[in-house]
Unconditional design. Structure first.
Length: 225
């Protein structure tokens, strides 16, 4: 179904970044799966090997290594239990790494935003939030955005648009720059400004929504933005 009034906003990752993120996440998940299986196997077989020296049947090995009749005394928390805890802990850590990789790739692929009339929608890794800009409490601000990875990762402060629905309490933050730190195109900035002011009555010169809308128009007219 087409949406003639829907305007996609350029905040998502580029195709190259999506492919790179997918490759990295796949490698992380693969390593984590192998690590989890190894850790679980280590836990199981180490415990089995240690406990196999102690019988719960009619005979058991005493401290001297002699086979004597009767069940073995309860060893309590022994070395086998220690191996089990270490192995299961390693498996849990590997699972957490795999879950993080899944979240990371979902965030890269799913992050996006669009404007449908006056309704702004921002989609993250696990859900989508919507807010009508014409009735929302609107303000501007900045936030840190990470670019790159590892030693080459750099933090940049980018302009953002904050919108809060006074009825539902939903809060949305929209960065005004894309993944490559390029300012949103002029038509998108203008559309956001017009959505904010549509149907509003200005009561004072410093009213936040109109100040933000004017700033968006300034960004749209700025060839160096």
């Amino acid at each position: 179904m087409s949406h003639p009034s829907r305007l996609a906003l350029s905040i998502g990752a580029t195709t190259g970044i999506k492919i790179f993120a997918t490759v990295v996440a796949t490698v992380m998940i693969g390593i984590s799966a192998v690590g989890a299986l190894f850790a679980f196997g280590f836990s199981f077989f180490a415990r089995t090997t240690v406990n196999s020296t102690v019988s719960d049947g009619d005979f058991h090995l005493d401290d001297s290594g002699n086979l004597v009749p009767g069940p073995a005394p309860d060893p309590g928390f022994g070395i086998g239990d220690g191996f089990s805890v270490i192995g299961l802990g390693g498996a849990a850590c590997a699972t957490l790494v795999a879950l993080f990789a899944v979240y990371f790739v979902l965030r890269v692929w799913r992050t996006g935003a669009w404007l449908d009339g006056t309704v702004l929608s921002v989609r993250g890794a696990l859900g989508t939030k919507t807010c009508d800009l014409s009735t929302a409490l609107v303000s501007g601000g900045t936030q840190l955005q990470r670019v790159g990875a590892g030693d080459s990762r750099t933090l940049y402060r980018v302009q953002v648009l904050h919108a809060a629905d006074p009825r539902s309490g939903v809060r949305i933050t929209l960065p005004l720059r894309g993944a490559g730190l390029a300012m949103l195109p002029a038509d998108q900035l203008t559309a956001l400004a017009e959505a904010i002011t549509r149907g509003r009555t200005r009561t004072e010169a410093t009213e936040s929504a109109f100040v933000v809308a004017e700033r968006l128009h300034d960004y749209a007219r700025d060839p160096f933005a």
